[in-house]
Design a protein around this ligand. Structure first.
Ligand code: GDP
Ligand code: MG
Length: 369
């Protein structure tokens, strides 16, 4: 069995993925960032960093059907995009502008509720899913749990400022995750804005942008006036096309938790991102240590929906607790098995909390417990 990827293991131990790759190399293994590692390799590498790995059996083999997707099963899916950057460089303004410019907004009354993610349809009819999580803490928190939910990162840098510490952090996170970057040089309407200064700073960091002959797509924008936002999104779509993002829409859904809370009136409310398959009202879901039948499902327009496919963000009611951002969810068949796994996970979590720090527990679908 193979468990986590080199990158996920790096996140769990809070080391650079390069160190993991180097460690594998010293074992005679040449691995890439997103390559899954077997149990023996994980144990040896972790030991080198002072970690002890425990493999536990949370018997998922029978309850989670293994779907071998055939090439014909795989259909195009929208890209999932995260906007990251230094505080005040314009993330929220850009996301707000994009949300408002959604062409379906007119028909359906616009995106009304904040569910941490939303899908927009562009003039061309193409769709993009934006993760609108507070800052990139969410991104890091999710990655720390081994969740890879972003396909493309927009790194936003204000042209009246420059590359800042959180910009560098964002670039490093995206690079470590192997996520392609599109740069948005923002606030170009501000007097004294100097986009070339930003390009120069990026070049000094070895991120040479396209308009200077490099490989990184870059777009000057004003989020305030919406200038060039369309062009920015076209560049994102171009990047997405190169990734050939596909998923099988006809199988029980799997995906990640974006956020969840306890709502006084509605009980536990979770925003999920479907990554493959189709999620339907009534489905039994296991999300981290919690479970439940999907009682109701809503889109970002607060409309009741019956099903959601790959790259669709949805808000669901019906879980018996609030799983953490970045936890995986699976649609299950047997209620008993689902309860057993959830109970076991809760128990392991508690034990883990009491153990010494340097300890990793992995169950057999590679999930961190
Ligand atoms: P965040 O911290 O990255 O989410 O940044 P915000 O979107 O909250 O923007 C910070 C401030 O910059 C706000 O006062 C915005 O109105 C302003 N701002 C954002 N984008 C632009 C822009 O393109 N032009 C101008 N003039 N102001 C902007
Ligand atoms: Mg903001």
């Amino acid at each position: 069995t193979e468990f986590v990827t080199a990158n996920e293991l790096a996140n769990m131990m809070d080391v650079q993925v390069n160190q993991i790759i180097a460690s594998c190399m010293s074992l005679g293994l040449f691995v890439s960032i997103n390559q899954r590692l077997d149990a023996e390799t994980i144990a040896l590498v972790a030991e080198e960093f002072g970690y002890k790995v425990e493999f536990v059996s949370v018997d998922l083999a029978e309850s989670i059907s293994e779907y071998e997707d055939t090439p014909e099963d795989l259909k195009d899916r929208p890209a999932i995009v995260t906007v990251m950057g230094h505080v005040d460089h314009g993330k929220t303004s850009l996301l707000d502008y994009i949300r408002k410019s959604d062409v379906t907004a007119g028909e359906a009354g616009g995106i009304t509720q904040h569910i941490g993610a939303y899908g927009v349809k562009l003039d061309s009819g193409k769709k993009i899913t934006f993760l609108d999580t507070p800052g990139h803490e969410a991104f890091t928190a999710m990655r720390a749990r081994g969740a890879q939910v972003t396909d493309i990162a927009i790194i936003i840098i204000a042209a009246n400022d420059n590359v800042m510490p959180q910009t560098i952090e964002a670039i490093n996170h995206a690079s470590a995750a192997g996520v392609p970057i599109v740069f948005a040089i923002s606030k170009i309407d501000v007097p004294g804005a100097n986009p070339d200064k930003v390009r120069e700073s990026l070049a000094n960091m070895n991120y040479l942008v396209e308009d200077w002959g490099g490989k990184y797509q870059c777009q000057e924008v004003s989020a305030k006036h919406g200038t060039n936002v369309k062009q920015l999104l076209e560049k994102v779509l171009l990047e997405a096309e190169m990734l050939e993002l596909k998923a099988n829409p006809v199988k029980p859904a799997v995906g990640s938790v974006i956020e969840s809370t306890l709502d006084k009136g509605r009980g536990f409310v979770a925003t999920l991102l479907v990554q493959a398959g189709t999620l339907k009202v009534g489905d039994l879901i296991l999300a981290g240590s919690y479970y439940g039948h999907v009682k109701a499902m809503f889109n970002e327009r607060n409309q009741k929906i019956e099903e959601a496919g790959p790259s669709d963000p949805v808000l669901i009611l019906g879980l018996n607790g609030a799983p953490q951002a970045g936890e995986k969810f699976n649609v299950m068949e047997s209620e008993k098995e689902t309860k057993d796994i959830a109970t076991k996970r809760l128990q392991l979590q508690r034990e883990q909390g009491m153990r010494a720090q340097k300890h990793i527990t992995l169950d057999e679908i590679g999930r961190r417990i």
